[in-house]
Design a protein around this ligand. Sequence first.
Ligand SMILES: [Zn+2]
Ligand SMILES: [Zn+2]
Length: 160
Amino acid sequence: MLRMPLSGRTSGRQISLGGSGDTKDKLLIGGLGLVIVAAIVGLVWSITGKHDIGPKIPDSFHLGCIACNKEWDISKDDYYARMRELGEHETGIPNFLCPFCKDARKTGFVMSQCPYADCGKYYFSNQVLRFIGKPTTEPQMCPVCKRDIMAGLRLKATKK
Ligand SMILES: [Zn+2]
Ligand SMILES: [Zn+2]
């Protein structure tokens, strides 16, 4: 008599499981991969870290609330904690809970500082304005002293 492979109880299932050793190996390989990646990143960091490349990460961020217009500072740790909360794939602009009006929509956004030394007031960059659906100007002007932001930044860069 022929035994049909698909007939009767499915007794053949156990065969395909492969055992736990296989999974352990995969975990081990995965773990080693992470260690190697971390080592490479560390190496690159140690080589490039000594040179000042790119913009310096500030120690704190100045935030403004679009609901109550209050301003306050947060530490970079709080800033990155919120970024992590939003997730790595979040491409929008991070919003923060305003400690003053505590608007549930989280209406606090990072503000930029006017590059002109005699002004130095904070404003929302065009990026933020676009994100919150507010009108922007090109080139962007400081809303307080009404001067060209980009021109101010260039001026500041050449002074150093
Ligand atoms: Zn507020
Ligand atoms: Zn200004």
